[in-house]
Design a protein. Structure first.
Length: 425
């Protein structure tokens, strides 16, 4: 599906932010591992999160889906090996976290994960190496460090190291599986720790499901250590908060177009790293009022550029790139080299598509320098949901933008177009 976006004059109304994709993934997995029946309130049912949910069903959990809640009968850690290969489609979070989870199955059993063409290019070797040190038999079927991934049951535990500058999902993966290892697990994170807020989200979720852990930085900036003893996840009643990642497109469009809008279900005390989007639009000139569970924005649509390090919020790169593209001045986005290993090389593809709509841009190893006003044009989505939504927002600002292969926004924000229509009409 291709989309042509027309310019709008104002953004108004009250809208509820979609449930967090990151929290939904983690809550589905924690509930699947728990002993007893959990109730997950306000879950997100998107293509990505459904990949996790359906994979957990194949591993033995039972899910009853309702619009406003999901009831999960957990496995208590007694993971079964599915009859078929588990296809997680385009969900990197699913394959990375569940690869560790599959290792707690009986030792004689094998689980195989695969996905679409893009997912089969996602790097996994750092996770494979770290899990092997914990007694896990895991390998890439093509011996190239990417999916398909074959996991043999058996998670002994012990101590392992992992680099902090590749993917926080590797760290979350080991942390979520560690309670069902045979021995305690010590996970040492070495070097620069990117996207650390996502690991903090993981710790927050597992703690709600009764998991205890120890965390030690030993006052060293480039060393962190997590210690988890064998224990069981406990069932719980858990409410999933709104998603700052998905809400970033609403926040962005409300700041770059004259607006008066309230976005509900965004928690002031959220651990989400992408909450920094609120600080960004404030610094660019939007008038923002932050309440306990909602955010109100008034803007004249005139924004100023500035420099920003997005190392802890790489998923915001496309959103911030289009914000900067229509702002007054030159901006520099840094700290996002790891965004090259997402669904696509987002650094490179953002640079290409900004140029395609008339923006002057310089690609850096870890970011972009952006200058100039966009004029419009044809944008290739690269089958990346975040690229689609970011350039859709830019289209609402300037008009004259068409996006090729735009339907992939379903991956994280299934009713994205409906939401944008509601606040722009």
């Amino acid at each position: 599906m291709d989309l042509k976006i027309e310019k709008v004059e104002k953004i108004t109304g009250t809208i509820k932010a979609p449930a967090s994709k990151s929290y939904s993934h983690r809550a589905f997995i924690a509930a699947a591992l728990a002993e007893g029946e959990s109730v997950l309130r306000d879950p997100l049912y998107s293509e990505d999160t459904l990949a996790t949910l359906e994979a957990c069903e194949q591993l033995g959990a039972l899910f009853q889906r309702y619009p406003d809640k999901c009831i999960v009968q957990g496995t208590a850690g007694y993971i079964r090996t599915p009859d078929n290969i588990i296809d997680v489609k385009n969900s990197g979070t699913s394959v990375r976290i569940l690869s560790s989870i599959a290792a707690i199955a009986p030792r004689a059993n094998y689980t195989i994960f695969t996905g679409d063409e893009s997912l089969r290019k996602r790097p996994m070797q750092d996770l494979i190496d770290a899990l092997e040190n914990l007694g896990v038999n895991i390998h890439s079927s093509q011996s190239n460090g990417t999916p398909p991934i074959i996991v043999k049951g058996g998670f002994d535990g012990g101590e392992t190291d992992i680099k902090g500058d590749v993917s926080s999902q590797f760290i979350s993966s080991i942390i979520m599986a560690a309670p069902y290892s045979k021995k305690p697990v010590t996970l040492n994170v070495r070097g620069t720790f990117v996207s650390k807020p996502y690991v903090n989200m993981t710790l927050s979720v597992i703690s709600k499901f009764g998991i205890e852990f120890e965390y030690d930085t030993t006052n060293q900036p480039e060393y962190s250590s997590y210690y988890i003893e064998p224990q069981k996840y406990e069932c719980t009643d858990y409410t999933i908060e709104g998603d700052y990642s998905s809400a970033s497109y609403i926040l962005a469009v409300a700041s770059m177009i004259p607006s008066d809008i309230t976005i509900q279900n965004l928690y002031k005390d959220s651990m989400q790293g992408d909450k920094i989007i609120v600080d960004i639009i404030q610094k660019m000139g939007a008038n923002v009022t932050i309440n306990e569970t909602d955010i109100h924005i008034k803007s004249d649509g005139k924004l100023k550029a500035f420099d920003i390090d997005l190392s802890n919020a790489p998923d915001l790169l496309p959103t911030v790139a289009v914000l900067m593209a229509q702002a007054e001045g030159t901006s520099k986005i840094t700290g996002v080299e790891h965004a090259r290993y997402k669904e696509t090389d987002r650094v490179h593809n953002c640079a290409i598509e900004l140029e395609n709509v008339g923006v002057e841009v310089e690609e850096l190893r870890d970011g972009l320098i952006i200058k100039g006003k966009p004029t419009g044009g044809l944008v290739d989505s690269h089958m990346d949901h975040r690229m689609v939504m970011a350039f859709y927002v830019l289209g609402l600002k300037i008009g004259n933008i068409s996006i090729k292969d735009a339907s992939c926004y379903d991956i994280s924000f299934p009713n994205f177009i409906d939401v944008m229509n509601k606040i722009s009409n």
